[in-house]
Design a protein around this ligand. Structure first.
Ligand code: CP
Length: 307
């Protein structure tokens, strides 16, 4: 049966470790795997703007011997004129895999149900699982074994990043703290899923509404924009609500002395994070950004092997 990657818990803890190990191996030997030699084509569809995702998938597909076909929904029939299921049936006749950045999770699920090639979620309103593979690879590089580490995600707990942190890090056996205003808590169903995963993996999930309490003793501190794509009209209201959740030197000072800072980018310096933190010595954002390439290449190799 074709495997897809639509949310972080579509892979088991063992499978996540396997993909991260493959990513590390392929980072050390960049052109060692060529499953798309031919070249076979991978469709990379964007309903929303992107820099890192577009470049890392395009470069990664080429590194694997293939050819990326970048499709903007604005210039295609998908997005109002044709259903995801019809699009999926057409694409599977021509491409080896489908990568899609979109809004609703339901469209991705419909696409996946109607195709024999792997579908990868490259960001939806609910999850950003490719980013989390890159983040976990980065944390592993800087901190070693993931299991048992404490990671604090600060910001919109109900955003795709908040949700993906909850699922991916509990899968890795980590202790996850989500620090957010009460009205921006993660969806209860996602917290429930993360809790069930944590019971098996030895990790944990806690939602806190105090930044100080959440970052205390953390190994990893993460934040993201307060204004996710599609929420631009709410910017003034969000800035007011999230004001006490800015990651600055004081918050980093409460984390462990050797804590690292991550941000998936793009960043709004002076809002969710101060320049001294994001551009300071604890920040590993450039490794994190590069690791999109290595993690996604490993994911594509793994999915193609399990197709
Ligand atoms: N982090 C991330 O997904 O970046 P882009 O929006 O630039 O792809």
């Amino acid at each position: 049966m074709t495997r897809h990657f639509l949310r972080d818990d579509d892979i088991s803890p063992e499978e996540q470790s396997e993909i991260l190990a493959l990513a590390a191996e392929m980072k050390a030997d960049r052109f060692s795997r060529r499953p798309l030699e031919g070249p076979q084509t991978v469709a990379v569809i964007f309903d929303k703007s992107s820099t890192r995702t577009r470049v890392s998938f395009a470069v990664g597909i080429a590194d694997l011997g293939g050819q990326p076909l970048i499709i903007s929904t604005a210039n295609s029939q998908l997005g109002g004129k044709e259903t995801p299921s019809d699009t999926a049936r057409v694409l599977e006749r021509m491409v080896a895999a489908i990568v899609w950045r979109t809004y609703g999770q339901a469209g991705l699920e419909e696409m996946a149900k109607n195709t024999t090639v792997p579908v990868i979620n490259s960001l939806s309103d609910d999850f950003h699982p490719c980013q989390l593979l890159a983040d976990l690879l980065t944390i592993q590089e800087h901190k070693g074994d993931l299991a048992g580490l404490t990671v604090t995600f600060v910001g919109d707990g109900g955003s795709n990043m908040g949700h993906s942190y909850a699922l991916a890090c509990t899968t890795a056996g980590m202790h996850v703290r989500i620090a957010c205003p009460p009205s921006f808590s993660p969806q209860p169903s996602v917290v429930g899923d993360a809790r069930a995963i944590a019971e098996q993996s030895g990790g944990s999930i806690t939602v806190l509404h105090s930044l100080d309490e959440a970052v205390e003793g953390s190994d990893v501190v993460v934040t993201d924009t307060w204004v996710s794509m599609g929420k631009e009209a709410e910017k003034a209201e969000r800035v007011a609500t999230f004001g006490s959740f800015q990651v600055g030197a004081e918050a980093m000072g409460k984390a462990r002395g050797d804590a690292i800072f991550l941000h998936c980018l793009p960043a709004d310096r002076g809002f969710e994070v101060t320049p001294e933190v994001i551009d300071g010595p604890q920040s590993v954002i450039w490794d994190e950004s590069e690791n999109r390439l290595h993690a996604q290449k490993a994911l594509m190799v793994w999915l193609l092997e399990h197709a």
